[in-house]
Write a protein that binds this ligand. Structure first.
Ligand code: ADP
Ligand code: MG
Length: 400
C-alpha cells in the first residue's frame, strides 16, 4: 500500500469510528488515535532479561475515538468486545477490580494515575484490525492507543518510552500478564520503513534501523497459525522465573549481563533445566546485534539465516514452539523462504517468513497445504511492511 492509500484508509476508518462513537456516546470525540500491532524480527524472550529486540510496527492498528470527561467516569466500548458499554469510575480503579478485555485499557488509566499524572475520565470507543491472540500484540495496541490519547487529552506531554512503561505496567499489574516492555515500545516508538533497535534496560535509547524490504526485492509474510495453547500464560511466567533464578545463581543483575565468552562456563555451572534457557537468551541477544549490523549495511536478505537459527533456539532450548509453528517454519523454508521463525511469546501465535518478491504465493500455498495435510486449522497469511507507531489520526495533527 502506498502512502496516499494508507492515508485514505486511515481517514475513512477514523471517520467510521468517530461516527460509531457519536452513536454510542452522543456528539463527536475529541480525537481519533491509532496504535499498531507488531512483529518482532529477532530478540524473543529477551526483554524481561534486560536484553535486545528488533520489532517493527504492523500496518494493522487499533483505532480509538476518545473524549475527556470532567466527572471521573470511564466508559469503554469495543467493536471487538461483547457489545456492551462498560461504565467505571477512575477513582475506583484497582488491580483485580476489572476482568475481561477492559482490564487492558482501564489499566492504562489506572497506571497513569498511579504514576501521579493528573488524569480523569473519558469515553472510549475502540475498533481494531490487529488479529487478537495471534502473537501480534493486540493487547499492546489497545493499551498504547489509550496511552497516546490520554497523553494529549490530559496535556501530559510524556515521551514515548514513558508511555510504553505506563502501558506495560497496566498489562503487568492490572491485567495480570507478566510481559516485558518490547510490545509497548514497538507500538509507541516504531517509525514507518524501520525496525526498532531496543535495549530493554534503557528503552529511552532506542534507535530506528532502516528496514527497506521492498527496495531489496523482499517481502515479509506473517503466518498466523490460529492456535493459542492455553499453557501459554503459566509457562511464560515460569520461563521468566527460570531466567531470574539463573541470573541470581550466576551473580548477575540479569542474563543480559552474561558475556557470550562466559557462556560455556555458565552452562557448566547451572542446573540442567536452566542451562538451555540461558543459552537461548545469550545467543538471541547476539543475533539481534548481528541483525542490526546487517540491516545497517543494507543487507536485508542476511536476516534470513538469523531468523531460522533463532527459531531453532526457541524450539530446542527455550521450548516455546509447537507443532504448528514448527510446521509453518519448515514448510516456508521448503518453499524457498530465506528464513523463518516464530514471533511473539510462543505456544502458537504467528510465524514470520522472509521471502523474495514474487514467491509469496508459493510460500503461502506450501504452508497452507502442509497445514491441511497435517489436519491443522488453515493459517491466515498477511504480507506486511514496517509501519508507523502510535499517532493521532483526527483531527489531523496541527489542525486543532
Ligand atoms: P495478543 O496481544 O498477542 O493479541 P493477548 O492475549 O496478549 O494476545 O491479548 C489479546 C486480548 O486483548 C484479547 O483476548 C482481548 O481481551 C484484548 N483485546 C485486544 N484487542 C482488543 C479489541 N480491539 N477489543 C477488545 N479486546 C481486545
Ligand atoms: Mg499481548
Amino acid at each position: 500500500m502506498n502512502h496516499t492509500d494508507q492515508q485514505g484508509d486511515d481517514d475513512s476508518r477514523a471517520d467510521r469510528v468517530a461516527g460509531t462513537f457519536g452513536r454510542l456516546f452522543g456528539g463527536p470525540p475529541d480525537g481519533v488515535w491509532a496504535a499498531p500491532g507488531r512483529v518482532n524480527l529477532i530478540g524473543e524472550h529477551t526483554d524481561y532479561n534486560d536484553g535486545f529486540a528488533l520489532p517493527m510496527a504492523l500496518p494493522q492498528t487499533t483505532l480509538l475515538a476518545a473524549r475527556a470527561r470532567t466527572d471521573g467516569r470511564l466508559r469503554l466500548h469495543s467493536a471487538q468486545g461483547d457489545g456492551r458499554v462498560t461504565d467505571l469510575t477512575v477513582a475506583a480503579l484497582a488491580p483485580g477490580a476489572v476482568t475481561s478485555w477492559v482490564s487492558y485499557p482501564a489499566g492504562v488509566v489506572w497506571a497513569l494515575a498511579e504514576a501521579g499524572h493528573p488524569v480523569g475520565g473519558a469515553d472510549l470507543h475502540f475498533d481494531s484490525t490487529v488479529p487478537t491472540g495471534a502473537g501480534l500484540s493486540s493487547s499492546a495496541a489497545l493499551e498504547c492507543a489509550v496511552a497516546v490519547a490520554y497523553d494529549e487529552l490530559y496535556g501530559l506531554g510524556l515521551p514515548g518510552p514513558e508511555l510504553a512503561r505506563i502501558a506495560q505496567l497496566a498489562e503487568n499489574a492490572f491485567a495480570g500478564v507478566p510481559c516485558g516492555i518490547m510490545d509497548q515500545m514497538a507500538s509507541v516508538c516504531c517509525t514507518a520503513g524501520a525496525a526498532l533497535q531496543l535495549d530493554a534496560r534503557t528503552p529511552e535509547h532506542h534507535r530506528q534501523v532502516p528496514f527497506d524490504l521492498r527496495g531489496q526485492g523482499l517481502r515479509l509474510l506473517v503466518i498466523d497459525t490460529r492456535v493459542s495453547h492455553d499453557l501459554g500464560d503459566g509457562a511464560y511466567a515460569a520461563l521468566r522465573a527460570g531466567c531470574e533464578r539463573a541470573a541470581a545463581l550466576l551473580g548477575l543483575p540479569a542474563l543480559r549481563d552474561l558475556p557470550a565468552g562466559d557462556l560455556p562456563g555458565a552452562l557448566q555451572a547451572l542446573p540442567a533445566e536452566l542451562a538451555p534457557l540461558v543459552r537461548h537468551v545469550v545467543t538471541e541477544n547476539a543475533r539481534v546485534t548481528e541483525a542490526v549490523s546487517r540491516l545497517r549495511e543494507g543487507d536485508v536478505a542476511a536476516l534470513g539465516p538469523i531468523l531460522t537459527t533463532g527459531h531453532a533456539s526457541l524450539r530446542d532450548d527455550y521450548r516455546v514452539s509447537c507443532p504448528e509453528t514448527d510446521l509453518a517454519v519448515t514448510a516456508a523454508l521448503g518453499a524457498g523462504a530465506l528464513g523463518a521463525r516464530m514471533t511473539g511469546g510462543g505456544f502458537g501465535g504467528s510465524v514470520i517468513a522472509l521471502v523474495e518478491a514474487g514467491r509469496e504465493s508459493q510460500v503461502g500455498e506450501s504452508v497452507t497445504a502442509a497445514f491441511g495435510a497435517a489436519g491443522h486449522r488453515l493459517p491466515r497469511i498477511l504480507s506486511v511492511t514496517p509501519a508507523e507507531g502510535a499517532r493521532r489520526l483526527a483531527p489531523a495533527p496541527g489542525t486543532r
